[in-house]
Design a binder for this molecule. Structure first.
Ligand SMILES: Nc1ncnc2c1ncn2[C@@H]1O[C@H](COP(=O)(O)OP(=O)(O)O)[C@@H](O)[C@H]1O
Ligand SMILES: [Mg+2]
Length: 364
């Protein structure tokens, strides 16, 4: 089945992406740090999960923390503990190594962490994992999905832990994904000399939306495998409305298998709601409606220039707006993945969000 309502887990569930899979596998083998970036729903989690299927890996889903104002150290440890419990039944040696870490107790295939002050240190846990991987002679992938969310971790510093892993834990390979590529880079601070990750090399794999032809072929292939025949005209209309974002296309495919007559309308409506909801959450979080004005402008004319944005805001508010404020608004919209800069123009790459922005309100 090519239409899934969850990320792909195995390579055979993926359409295309051979090149990305190959790059990911090579990077996981030979690099310390790999970043997988791209728009929401473009297929990052799927590429990472399917691409590392069968490899030794720890998968932390930081997207689960997206709506939270902050992440506690306990939350992060709990996510790690779930993964360790998955590995323990098969890997006894791992249990022995973990049991040596302060604050950890292992009983059979269960692992427990002390809470509060006695909680184990993340660095020591990673060290134990590194030693285990070294003993097996195989890299262990430590995957953090939507890793920019870790910026919200309270009470502990995560960057020094990552920096230490990069420098010293030779049997670990870090794979971080991010829908908000700008935020991910801001979080890692690879170019900031005060950052523990300063100057470290990161292999960057960008997952792009499908081209129009790939998107059509994905839908054709998906329906063919499901044994359904759907009119070419409907497929074209779907790609016109949803673009090359595979998450929207997969949702359309699933709807169309149930009821081709209403599928496109139902998909567009639901997708617009989701996209608008995410955008309004961002606006509320940032606390200013200026983002609504700027994004609407970028959506309307197929893109907006910096100077268009400044002019619009000044006209709307009837007073001068500083250059740095205009730059900041645009930078945040790009960093959070809502806008893309193409030459001089700022545009909304997701056609679904572009349409929602036409009459979006966002109560804040
Ligand atoms: N290459 C692909 N072939 C088929 N379906 C895909 C592919 N990539 C992603 N999908 C589907 O699209 C949806 C979104 O994918 P996901 O990997 O969660 O995106 P992201 O992590 O970028 O937000 C999921 O339902 C997934 O099954
Ligand atoms: Mg994902």
């Amino acid at each position: 089945m090519l239409f899934l309502d969850r990320p792909a887990e195995k390579p055979e569930e993926l359409f295309d992406r051979e090149e990305e899979l190959e790059r990911l596998r090579r990077a996981a083998e030979s690099r310390r740090l790999t970043l997988v970036v791209g728009m929401r729903r473009v297929g990052k989690t799927s590429v990472v999960k399917a691409g590392t299927y069968g490899m030794a890996r720890i998968y932390i889903d930081a997207r689960a923390f997206e709506e939270r104002p902050y992440i506690s150290y306990g939350d992060l440890l709990e996510a790690l503990r779930r993964e360790l419990r998955r590995l323990l039944p098969v890997h006894r040696r791992l249990g022995e190594l973990l049991a040596r870490v302060r604050g950890v107790s292992v009983a059979g295939v269960d692992v427990r962490f002390e809470a509060g002050r006695g909680a184990p240190s993340l660095s020591e846990l990673l060290q134990a994992l590194d030693e285990w991987a070294g003993g097996r002679g195989e890299k262990l992938l430590v995957i953090v999905d939507e890793a920019q969310e870790l910026v919200k971790l309270k009470g502990r510093q995560i960057l020094p832990v990552l920096g230490n892993a990069y420098d010293h834990l030779r049997n670990l390979s870090l794979v971080l994904t991010g829908s908000k590529a700008g935020l991910l880079l801001r979080f890692l601070r690879l170019e900031d000399s005060a950052s523990p990750l300063y100057g470290r090399y990161a292999e960057r794999i960008e997952i792009k939306p499908f081209t129009r032809e790939q998107a059509l072929e994905y839908l054709r292939e998906g329906f063919r495998r499901a044994g359904a025949s759907v009119e070419e005209r409907l497929l074209e209309a779907a790609v016109d409305a949803l673009g090359g974002v595979v998450g929207w296309l997969a949702y359309f495919g699933l709807n169309a298998l149930r009821d081709p007559a209403t599928a496109l309308e139902a998909t567009v409506e639901r997708a617009a709601e989701i996209a608008a909801g995410e955008f309004c959450n961002f606006v509320r979080y940032m606390g200013t409606r200026r983002y609504v004005s700027v994004a609407k402008l970028a959506a309307a004319a197929g893109g907006a220039r910096w100077s268009d944005v400044k002019r619009l805001l000044q006209a709307e508010e009837g007073r001068p707006i500083s250059d740095s404020e205009v730059t900041k608004l645009l930078r945040n919209l790009v960093d959070y993945g809502f806008l893309e800069k193409r030459g001089e123009l700022y545009a909304v790459p997701d056609p679904v969000l572009r349409r929602s922005l036409r009459d979006i309100q966002c109560l804040i």
